[in-house]
Design a protein around this ligand. Structure first.
Ligand code: FAD
Length: 412
């Protein structure tokens, strides 16, 4: 192709522009974005640190992409996490690998990633700051786009307009309406990697409380275990959030009911925890029960746990029965929080659903519905866990679409 239009200067669109130019230096590339600045969502990733990828094998990238991971086999093999790391390091962004193989710029600055991609994109493509309103299709071929009332023609169009979460970044779901209007199927959209709401009466009193080193299990209404891990979480005004909760949310289906159990003392089994409590109690025999838990729990959690255990606040420690103590142990190991629903998609890290993978050729990212149209990134019905996997999807699909479009000889 000699003339390529890319819709969206985000993670996948910029990667597509850079590699299209590398594979075919003679092609003319124009990239559109409704924002003046490139990679606005990218700049807030990883809490401003940008978890660019996960240093793992292709098989693990696929395992960590629960939604249509196998569709990405060719894309991940064409541009693996090793390739992503090599790409940034070659372009003077040193990287470091942290817990769970998460890869970040050594500087801890997402802006270093954005600036590098922006510089390379500007060297490869012309930029037009304008919203694309329509993909022009003639004889079932994408031949250009309409933006601000003007038509722009091309030999190929790459749709890289992102998902629907964090709409303030520009990714407000345009991908779906643009694709749907030319015949693509959109799998219903849901939030993923998002906070969870709870109707428990104690939630507000815990807002702001962070818990570290806890066990977290998510169950559905039939008590089936959906997710289990250890790590961190926090309470919010409406429910729960934090790393464990975001990961668990990937297993939640809209419309179904769930609950979670928090193990507040995962390092101790019930016997050891009971012994530990007996030791604590032996030093506080004449104190009220409510004053006996300060070494065991954060202050805000004490009244909540006392209510759940059902031991009176003012009962003296020396008169607490073995059964009551065992109820306390059980509650500390199985602190239950009812989940009503996910927070809205606008607050989600990632959009689940999107353009059907059945309608995209996984070897090229070429649409099977409209010729000369390529599709990348979060717009596609794929989504992964936290850990750098979602940006890897954007980079791999962007690379593959850019390369395929640049090397394609398909003409109308
Ligand atoms: C808060 C937050 C933190 C995250 N942190 C991480 C992380 O650390 N690691 C990770 O792997 N993933 C992370 N993600 C997910 C990751 O950012 C996305 O998966 C990735 O950016 C998707 O890339 P994309 O190219 O598909 O879309 P985007 O990066 O969203 O880019 C789409 C671009 O298209 C433009 N656009 C949209 N519609 C139009 C239109 N009609 N015309 C012109 N331009 C248009 C938008 O303005 C935008 O610039 C995070 C997401 C969020 C919200």
């Amino acid at each position: 192709m000699n003339n390529i239009i890319i819709i969206g200067a985000g993670a996948s669109g910029m990667m597509a522009a850079i590699w299209a130019k590398k594979f075919n230096p003679n092609c003319k590339i124009t990239i559109f974005d409704k924002n003046k600045s490139f990679g606005r969502k990218l700049s807030i990733t990883g809490k401003g640190r940008c978890n660019v990828t996960n240093a793992c094998k292709v098989e693990d990238l696929i395992i960590n992409t629960p939604r249509n991971g196998k569709f990405l086999y060719s894309a991940f093999n064409s541009f693996s996490s090793e390739d992503v790391m090599g790409f940034f390091e070659r372009n003077n962004v040193p990287l470091k690998i942290e817990r769970g193989n998460r890869v970040f710029p050594t500087s801890d600055k997402a802006s270093d990633i954005v600036r590098t991609l922006e510089r390379l994109t500007k060297n490869s493509a012309d930029f037009i700051c304008s919203r694309v309103d329509k993909i022009i299709v003639k004889n079932n071929h994408a031949i250009g786009v309409t933006s601000n009332g003007k038509d722009f023609f091309a030999d190929a169009v790459i749709l890289s307009a992102g998902g629907k979460s964090y709409p303030g970044t520009g990714s407000n779901g345009d991908s779906y309406f643009l694709a749907k209007s030319i015949g693509h199927t959109i799998i219903p959209l849901e939030a993923s990697l998002v906070g969870l709401e709870s109707n428990e009466s104690f939630i507000k009193s815990l807002a702001g409380l962070s818990l570290i080193n806890i066990g977290f299990k998510l169950f559905d209404s039939k008590n089936k275990l959906c997710f289990s891990d250890m790590g961190e979480m926090l309470f919010t005004h409406k429910g729960i959030s934090g790393p464990l909760v975001l990961s668990a949310s990937a297993f939640i289906k809209d419309g179904l009911k769930y609950f979670c159990e928090i193990d507040l003392k995962p390092a101790l089994d019930e016997t050891k925890l009971d012994k530990r409590i007996q030791r604590d109690f032996s030093k506080l025999l004449n104190k009220n029960f409510s004053n006996s838990l300060t070494d065991l729990l954060p202050q805000a959690l004490i009244p909540v746990i006392i209510n759940q255990v059902g031991i009176p606040y003012d009962k003296k420690v020396n008169s607490i029965t073995k059964q009551e103590r065992q109820r306390l142990v059980y509650t500390l190991k199985h602190f239950k929080v009812n989940i009503t629903q996910k927070r809205p998609i606008s607050e989600a890290i990632i959009t689940r659903g999107g353009i059907s993978t059945k309608e995209i050729d996984p070897k090229t990212m070429l649409s099977r519905v409209v010729k000369n149209l390529y599709i990348t990134g979060e717009a596609i019905d794929v989504d992964a866990f936290t850990g750098g996997f979602n940006l890897q999807i954007a980079f791999s699909t962007g690379y593959l679409a850019g390369k395929s479009a640049a090397l394609s000889n398909s003409i109308i």
